[in-house]
Design a protein around this ligand. Structure first.
Ligand code: FAS
Ligand code: PHB
Length: 389
């Protein structure tokens, strides 16, 4: 098989890039290791920056997002059994959209189907080759047969555990990492959200987050030891801990119910540089990971895809390679901005194992200064709604 752009990974990055390039008249093939159902079973991000919303509309998947998503103009930060609101719209003139990654991925799959986009599932042993040549190709196995895709570019959209980043020479790749000494235990419950906006709670027992997917589907998280056995966290244990960490006025109105999904995710900050080597470009989690505190993971992936799509269209349409040459530098500038914000917000809101009472008061004092300062709230809001592309 031959195509112009071979994309490894059929998550949000790979599907969005394939959709944008196809709409620009550029042929793509997506190679995905898992089944479509498996990809769509993942419960992950929940908040879209407005730049992401606009790009998804450009990709043609705006209608359901605009009909079922929830625009949010602010968020609550809670400490010492009380909370205050950071108003994104008043400070930045922008907002975010609460619309789950699962729905974004489902909409992208439907859009790919409508354009007869080529997404090959259960592609095993995907291996990018000749990346430092002008004729790269990718081999993989499907139904016991080795297959080959010849192409002009390979885009690694295969996430943190994918093969693309590992295909770069070790002496080219520089990695930066911070692993956090805790995880996020998340549940989905078919209950009405505790509030119409998100509540991020700092508490001496640990962080908690109240979010949602729709008027009868709520998403909650509590900070937990990353090696906790999930069985330890019965629904009752989860609800009890969440109620202890959010302000009493919220806990009193919290509607609990059986969890329909429960998972414990580790937290890390990670960046791989460069994001391009020869005819390979990396997008999304293949190149970087952020702790979900700042709701940046999916949004960074979408930003990378925008830069990659613009660069590839300029190459194929006009023979202009400036976008490709600047891709890594441009994408990394925005990645590091989100890495910093996610690290800052995670450090501010979580209880670290060695943390003293002094450290707890420092966190609370920084939150009190954030509450009192419109300038400080503006900086936070600018990062939360999304740095400019
Ligand atoms: P993805 O990992 O989503 O997709 C990569 C795809 O490549 C997968 O479908 C995988 O099957 C496939 N693949 C991997 N290796 C392959 C190979 N060798 N060959 C072929 N295909 C291969 N972000 C937020 O903003 N908020 C959150 O609350 C949040 N929660 C998260 C919870 C968890 C458990 C995880 C893991 C991530 C979370 N994230 C969150 C981040 C997440 O949303 C990512 O940023 C987002 O999925 C990035 O999308 P992709 O880059 O497409 O990577
Ligand atoms: C979510 O709804 O899953 C969510 C929202 C905000 C975050 C992280 C996760 O910062």
């Amino acid at each position: 098989m031959r195509t112009q752009v071979c994309i490894i990974g059929g998550g949000p990055s790979g599907l969005l890039l394939s959709q944008l390039l196809h709409k620009a008249g550029i042929d793509t093939v997506v190679l995905e290791r898992r089944t479509r159902d498996y990809v769509l079973s993942r419960i992950r991000a929940g908040v879209l920056e407005w730049g992401s919303v606009e790009l998804l509309r450009d990709a043609g998947i705006g209608p359901r997002m605009d009909a079922e998503g929830f625009p949010h103009t602010g968020t609550y930060l809670a400490l010492q059994n009380r909370g205050f609101r950071v108003d994104f719209h008043k400070t930045t003139g922008k907002q975010v959209m609460v619309y789950g990654q699962t729905e974004v991925t489902s909409d992208l799959y439907k859009a790919r189907d409508a354009m007869d986009g080529i997404v090959i599932h259960e592609a095993e042993g995907v291996t990018p080759r000749a990346l430092d040549s002008t004729a790269p190709y990718v081999t993989y196995h499907k139904d016991g047969t080795e297959r080959r895709v010849d192409c002009d570019f390979v885009i690694g959209c295969d996430g943190y555990h994918g093969v693309s980043r590992r295909s770069m020479p070790a002496n080219v790749l520089k990695e930066y990492e911070r692993v956090y000494p805790f995880g996020w235990l998340g549940i989905l419950s078919e209950t009405p959200p505790v509030d119409h906006e998100l509540i991020y709670a700092n508490h001496s027992r640990g962080f908690a987050l109240c979010s949602m997917r729709n008027a009868n589907l709520s998403r909650y998280y509590v900070q937990a030891p990353v090696d906790d056995p999930i069985e330890k966290w019965t629904d009752d244990a989860f609800w009890d801990e969440l109620k202890r960490r959010i302000p009493e006025e919220a806990a009193d109105r919290l509607v609990t119910g059986p969890s329909i999904e429960k998972s414990l995710a580790p937290l890390r900050s990670y960046v791989a540089e460069p994001m391009r080597w020869g005819r390979l470009l990396l997008c999304g989690d293949a190149a970087h990971i952020v702790p979900p505190t700042g709701a940046k993971g999916l949004n960074l992936a979408i930003g990378d895809v925008k830069y990659a799509a613009d660069a590839l269209v300029a190459h194929f349409r006009h023979g202009d390679d400036s976008g490709l040459e600047q891709y890594s530098q441009k994408a990394l500038a925005r990645v590091w901005g989100a890495i910093r914000f996610s690290w800052w917000f995670t450090t501010l809101m979580h209880r670290f194992p060695e943390q003293s009472d002094f450290d707890q008061r420092i966190q609370e004092t920084e939150l009190e200064q954030l509450e009192a300062s419109v300038a400080a709230q503006t900086v936070m809001a600018e990062n939360y709604v999304g740095l400019p592309y």
